[in-house]
Design a protein around this ligand. Structure first.
Ligand code: ATP
Length: 386
């Protein structure tokens, strides 16, 4: 009994061969569905995974550095406005600070307060909401208001800037700033800023592939660089690394022309994106940058931007300064991109998983044949032997 049950067990497990049974169904309908699904999967694997997403390559993102150099000249001839006067503004006057990491600032409008020194004067009338007084007792000596211009001396003065206003005297940088744009609201002082240019130098590296590239291409000579301007539709000039600031705003797709104009008057933010999409299966000389611009201003409350900076000097032994409230445009530069190259591992993995998808066609057709089609009973009998 023992021997026969062992023999039975062995023949049921070890000594048994299983083979697939093939059932051919001739039906236009199921044949078409089957080939259709196969076609879809093959198109997806070749068209999308391999060609479009470059599934045969391995990728690496860029490592990069950026520097900028600005050029441009502004001339203001307003002798009737003493703080501005008849003067030339070169890059050392309007680019503050002179260098930044991946960014630059261009002054478009200024409020200048000349000849300030540390002494006593009336508080600015814009601060009357906290510095207004009717008698000396309202101005507490030694009080410092965080939003004022100085420490109170304890005296209440008649304002020289606004009729009928009495305001506390302060000790600080005097005379205080009068915060009014020199040409009035909505007027731009530096009308030539749009013609200023910036040279952007960008070096990138793809360490995995050992490739270094620059946005100043090897076929650009010194003369070309001196004269070219970036133009997106031009064959050669779309790689010119010198940009007119007016063009950057123009290509930046402002929300509206109004906003674009506003940016010049009250300042704003603009982003420049340098994008490198490189295929090192081809000549690396073909690896060139692509420039994109975006105006980040949306034109609502608190729009624009400005900040104050000062130039200090000593005159007759007195420490003096010129205070500048600068309105302008802050440009941010970002570098993105990736390089790709043929890679056996990525190729076989994507091809393998693509081929495996083909079984999906069989599974789907089985479901249709065994459950949906009219002759499903017959097919099921033929397919499953019990
Ligand atoms: N913002 C800019 N607009 C137009 N041309 C520029 C600008 N910045 C630089 N260039 C020109 O590009 C070239 C390369 O500039 P780079 O700063 O490397 O050299 P440079 O001789 O020190 O420049 P420069 O002395 O003219 O400032 C020079 O011919 C320079 O005049």
């Amino acid at each position: 009994v023992m021997a026969s049950s062992v023999k039975k067990f062995l023949s049921a497990t070890l000594f048994e061969y299983e083979t697939q049974k093939v059932i051919a169904i001739s039906s236009y309908k199921i044949g078409l569905i089957y080939r259709g699904i196969q076609m879809l999967i093959v198109t997806y694997v070749i068209g999308w995974v391999m060609l479009r997403e470059k599934g045969y390559q391995s990728f690496e993102t860029v490592v990069s550095g950026v520097t900028t150099k600005l050029k441009g000249l502004e001339y203001t001839n307003f002798t009737e406005i003493p703080s501005i006067g008849d003067r030339i503004w070169d890059v050392a006057d309007w680019a503050v600070p002179p260098q930044m990491n991946s960014a630059f600032f261009v002054t478009t409008n200024v409020v200048i307060t000349k000849n300030q020194s540390q002494t006593t004067c009336e508080e600015d009338k814009d601060n009357k909401w906290h510095a207004k007084c009717s008698s000396d007792s309202d101005c507490i000596k030694g009080h410092v208001h965080g939003l004022g211009w100085g420490v109170r001396t304890g005296r209440c003065l008649n304002s020289t800037r606004e009729e009928g206003l009495r305001i506390c005297e302060i000790y600080g940088w005097c005379p205080t700033e009068q915060d009014v744009l020199p040409l009035g609201e909505g007027k731009i002082l530096m009308t030539r800023v749009q013609n200023f240019t910036v040279l952007i130098k960008n070096s990138v590296e793809f360490p995995k592939f050992g490739v270094k590239r620059r946005n100043i291409l090897s076929n650009m000579g010194k003369n070309y660089l001196r004269g070219c301007n970036y133009r997106p539709d031009h064959e050669m000039d779309k790689y010119c690394p010198i940009f007119r600031l007016g063009d950057i705003i123009k290509y930046g797709q402002a929300i509206s022309p109004e906003t674009a104009k506003q940016v010049w008057i009250t300042g704003g933010m603009v982003a420049i994106d340098i994008h490198w999409e490189c295929n090192f299966d081809y000549d690396e000389e073909e690896c060139k940058p692509d420039y994109k611009f975006r105006n980040l201003e949306d034109g609502h409350v608190g729009r624009g931007w400005n900040f104050r900076h000062a130039y200090h000097y000593v005159e007759d032994g007195v420490h003096r300064r010129t205070l500048v409230k600068a309105y302008g445009i802050q440009f941010f530069i970002s570098v993105t991109g990736r390089g790709g190259k043929f890679d056996v591992l990525n190729f076989t993995m994507n091809l393998g998983s693509g081929l495996a998808l083909l079984t999906l066609a069989t599974v789907l057709c089985d479901i249709i044949v065994l459950n949906i089609m009219r002759k499903r009973k017959k097919y099921r009998q033929a397919k499953i032997d019990k």
